[in-house]
Design a protein around this ligand. Sequence first.
Ligand code: MN
Length: 323
Amino acid sequence: MKSVKPMKKIALEEHFITAPFEEYETNIEEGRKAAASQDINLRLPEFDQLRLEAMDKAGIEISVLSMTSPGLQAEKDAAIAGQKAVEANDFLAGVIARHPKRFAGFAHLALQEPEAAIKELKRCVKEHNFKGAMINGHTNGVYLDDECYKGFWEAVASLDVPIYLHPADAFEMPQSYHDYPMLRGAMWGWGVETATHALRLILSGLFDRLPTVKVILEHMGEALPFMLWRLDSRFQLSEPTRPLQKLPSQYLKENFIVTTSGACDNAPLQCCLTAMGEDNVLFSTDYPFESAQIAADFIDSAPLSEELRAKICYQNAERILKL
Ligand code: MN
């Protein structure tokens, strides 16, 4: 492969863990090869050497850090979840304070109690200067279009920060995944689950009520950019559950941002750029679950103009995250 000079990058799906959160990491190890697991477990709770070295090699100037999935969203006790969210966010603020030029943060929220989540998001943005929040899919089966999150989305709009909608397991495993455990998680199931969650947000009318809200999706948009025409076409033939002002594709273009995290392939990149627009595609790596180097080499050598590469690598992130 030809060697390319790495472009400056900002990455925004970069995970960590702290000891009190390891109990929530239940299924995540399943199906992962032992050697890969060892390396991930070494890197997840680490901030000072391995992580900075990987960032330097990949040309990543700033990593926006987030608690690894599912975190507190798997906690059944709402009070414990609320308390641990505060601890997790204060911990992350301490890490950022040690490396203020290299790290920024997304809040980790206990959505079991929407009022507490609102308060914590406000605290994180105003006191810790966090850039938004990462939410790991449904919380014990409740999705973000639920009526109980009306106030939460109003807070998101008034704070003017994006929500990164990160994959999670389906609440119940579909029959179609039986016999093939690899279908449940990262290879397939998470993408379907997260794309469906995004469509629920659109179909709920959230973006008619709050047109400035921005939601970030990983994996080049969980295949939704590929589906724009079909979504509109079949939506128009469906009995509406709620009146919408626009077609689904318009909300996807106006209210969603996609990252290249976990998808290092030029064909979907070109689809995203065409379908979503050049201002809505951002570089990310999913460290330490994916190689930051492979992600960086991919974007550094993708057939893009240097202007467009700069937008994807850091300029769009600077604008959206106000960095
Ligand atoms: Mn991830």
